[in-house]
Design a protein around this ligand. Structure first.
Ligand SMILES: C[S@@+](CC[C@H](N)C(=O)[O-])C[C@H]1O[C@@H](n2cnc3c(N)ncnc32)[C@H](O)[C@@H]1O
Length: 396
């Protein structure tokens, strides 16, 4: 996601319609808190704020992605991103034989449009391009975009309500893991406390209670993995939901690969001694801040991904880690130069436009370094070219 960092008090005010909607979401969450006896875990709060049916940020009609929304993702920045991903898919589909492509959480449909056209050009147009979309509003936007930009592929696109029981081919998940609700915890007097959300007047407020066993054990496992006890006062997140999601995807994969792209780091980096406030971020109207308890239902809440946890969940389900590279390396080794082969012959305005897009996607100060691509595979798949150079899997 591309957004500007700002202090909470310099956020823009929501328009009247958004403010009314946010109040409806807040009332729904207040009811849930009251029904739960005064507080809910942060994971439950995040689930409601993002996914409460008809109300949550991703479930209701907020614009979300793009210039008029709250953030911009790589497929929105440039079709080059989808074209290079299609090259990686083609490499896997070639090995699998007759496989499909599956995109969970397809945003506006921009990635599907870019990938389908490139896959056809490469001679690997799949029979089925599956999309699992939890947001009815985004599903509608995806269909409208595909119908207007490439109607010839519409009969291959199938919206599914749950993970397929068996899947062969390539799963492409861009910025999904960061949108899955997380638990927050802190260490206090050598004890693990769970961050919970309670009500303070009309606002939501943090409350810290002794962590339930599951969370306490998960934190102890982190400490074992990183070889250090987390310091007193240390606060962070942990994402059991991401591990479950990776397990579910891995279990349905018969043969092929999963390409998981997101901002994230290894476990040691995630729980580094100086990262004392965790990795949670909120996006509102292209501003980024760190207060998830405000603007419920009209701002995105997201966390960076612990890629070591993703690799462990996949390995437990019998998948191999086929590579862990930065987005810049994925694109550069994966065929970006080939995509730009005609660059010198393009009109100057087009060259300027493409240069800007490449910079956003690849520069370390933009999306090039913080975003990683993790490849997971089953069935002895040779990693596609984008995962082969500068693999950092040994750091996980
Ligand atoms: C930040 S958006 C990314 C959208 C798109 N992939 C892109 O790159 O533009 C996160 C998306 O993940 C979806 N999502 C969250 N949990 C999901 C799940 N368990 N299965 C499928 N999609 C999910 C949300 O509905 C949302 O569309």
């Amino acid at each position: 996601m591309q957004t500007n960092n700002v202090a909470r008090n310099s956020l823009p005010s929501p328009d009247d319609i958004s403010a009314v909607h946010s109040e409806r979401v807040a009332a729904h969450i207040r009811d849930a808190i009251a029904n739960a006896g005064g507080s809910i875990s942060f994971a439950e709060f995040m689930q409601l704020a993002l996914y409460a049916p008809g109300l949550g940020y991703y479930s209701a009609g907020a614009t979300k992605l793009g210039a008029d929304g709250d953030f911009v993702t790589a497929p929105e920045i440039s079709p080059l991103f989808g074209h290079v991903l299609a090259r990686q898919c083609a490499s896997v589909l070639d090995q699998v034989g007759a496989g499909d492509v599956f995109e969970p959480g397809a945003g506006t449909g921009a990635l599907a449009v870019a990938m389908l056209s490139k896959l056809e050009e490469l001679g690997f147009l799949p029979d089925r391009y599956l999309i699992l979309e939890v947001s009815a509003d985004l599903r509608e936007r995806q269909e409208t975009l595909i119908r207007s930009r490439c109607p010839q592929y519409l009969d291959r696109v199938k919206w599914i309500a749950e993970l397929p029981a068996r899947f062969e081919g390539v799963v492409v998940a861009n910025e999904i893991a960061d949108a899955i609700p997380v638990e927050r915890f802190r260490i206090r007097n050598r004890k693990v406390e769970q961050a919970r959300v309670a009500i303070d007047g009309k606002n939501f407020a943090w409350q810290f209670d002794l962590a339930p066993d599951l969370l306490r054990h998960a934190v102890m496992e982190i400490e074992t993995d990183i070889g250090r006890a987390l310091e007193d006062g240390y606060e962070s997140e942990i994402a059991p939901g991401v591990s479950h999601w990776v397990t579910d995807i891995s279990n349905c994969m018969r043969s092929g690969a999963v390409l998981l792209i997101d901002y994230g780091v290894t476990r040691r980096e995630y729980y580094a001694p100086d990262r004392v406030q965790g990795w949670l971020r909120c996006h509102f109207r292209h501003h980024v801040h760190d207060d998830p308890l405000i603007l419920p239902g009209i701002q995105d809440i997201t966390t960076w991904v612990d890629f070591s946890a993703v690799a462990s969940a996949a390995a437990e389900a019998g998948m191999d880690v086929a590579g862990y590279v930065t987005q810049a390396h994925l694109l550069m080794a994966g065929g970006l130069a080939e995509e730009l082969a005609d660059f010198a012959n393009l009109p100057i305005e087009k060259q300027v436009e493409l240069s800007g897009q490449v910079k956003l996607l690849t520069l370390p100060s933009e999306m090039g370094e913080n975003f990683k691509c993790m490849g997971l595979s089953r069935g002895g798949i040779i990693p596609p070219p984008g995962l082969a150079a500068s693999d950092r899997a040994h750091m996980l």
